[in-house]
Design a protein around this ligand. Structure first.
Ligand code: AVJ
Length: 318
């Protein structure tokens, strides 16, 4: 049958995937124990994260979507006829709000480490936006971006898009490095969660239905399945605490007993009450984030905020 959309061009830079086994062993042999949040997103983890995004307590997604809808026309004036590059594009849903308001944007570049998911999301966009040139760029965006090798990015207005407050997973020094790398590309539209009372933040990361807990604890299930470990899920619990000094939510798995877990030949000891950190989620005031952006060489020129002061979308000019 005839194609009714422009085929998606794929640039595959074959980013090396971090080895799950060595990352897990390394993280469990540290003190305090920690494992990178990137490993939370297996099939079940991605489903649980999608469920988190619709929880009543998790205000981030719906607030950001509302901001994008409310200010789409103004954001479109900043986009002009530039090329839109989405970092960690996942299923590329939020960018549709921008594309709907900015028909003059003719090029979309999705950038993700997961080639299959990326390609499918770009294809779905190409189908829904006839005339849009959709490009899939499979690469690790924490590494220097191969822009010299992408003709579609040469000599044109380019705007990065990094929604979801995903930058919150990075420690501030890493966040500056990410922003410096993104600045090579052009301007940046970025979603950032605001500082607020712990009474609002903590339920967002430890909800009444236990979905946030299931999301973190699924990491242990994944380790059991993929690495042949023997975590007893009944001997661990989940906790999310807002550390006001650091301005971050700390998500951790807590051992309910002194115990030894086996991962292949390795023995991992847990003390009673010992923690395994699964994520940080940093929160920034508008001013703090603008300082961070300036440290990375950006000029903050606009910030959109909801009436309840929950969330920011920043426009950063290179
Ligand atoms: C995907 C990093 C933006 O920090 O709000 C939500 C991850 N983890 N609930 C966040 C998360 C548990 C989320 N980010």
């Amino acid at each position: 049958s005839q194609l009714h959309y422009r085929p998606v061009k794929l640039y595959d830079f074959q980013p090396p995937l971090e080895d799950f086994r060595s990352a897990v062993l390394e993280g469990l042999q540290r003190f305090p124990k920690s494992i990178s949040p990137q490993f939370l997103y297996d099939k079940r983890g991605s489903e649980l994260f999608d469920a988190i995004c619709t929880l009543p307590e998790y205000y981030l997604t719906r607030t950001e979507v509302q901001l994008l809808q409310d200010h789409a026309n103004e954001i479109a004036t900043y986009l002009g006829n530039g090329a839109l590059v989405e970092f960690g594009s996942g299923s590329s849903q939020k960018v549709r709000l921008l594309l709907d308001a900015a028909p003059q944007v003719q090029t979309y570049i999705g950038l993700d480490i997961s080639r299959q998911h990326l390609y499918e999301a770009c294809t779905a966009l190409a189908q829904d936006y006839p005339g849009l040139e959709a490009i899939a760029l499979c690469t690790d965006y924490t590494q220097p971006l191969p822009i010299a090798q992408i003709p579609e990015l040469q000599n044109r207005h380019t705007i990065g898009f990094f929604p979801g407050s995903s930058i919150g997973n990075l420690e501030p020094a890493e966040a500056v490095k990410f922003l410096q790398n993104a600045a090579v590309l052009g301007d940046l539209i970025i979603g950032v969660d605001l500082k607020k009372p712990a009474s609002i933040l903590e339920p967002a990361y430890d909800d009444a239905q236990g979905i946030s807990a299931a999301f973190a604890l699924n990491l242990l299930t994944r380790i059991n399945r993929e690495l042949g470990a023997d975590f007893d899920l009944s001997l661990f619990t989940y906790r999310a605490r807002y550390d006001e000094t650091f301005g971050r939510i700390e998500m951790q798995i807590v051992s309910l007993a002194q115990q030894t877990v086996h991962i292949g030949d390795a023995k991992i000891r847990f003390g009673n009450g010992e923690t395994l950190r699964t994520e940080y989620s940093y929160k920034y005031t508008s001013d703090e984030f603008q300082m961070l952006a300036m440290a990375a060489g950006f000029q903050p020129i606009q910030v959109w905020t909801d009436a309840q002061q929950l969330f920011n979308i920043h426009y950063l000019k290179r």
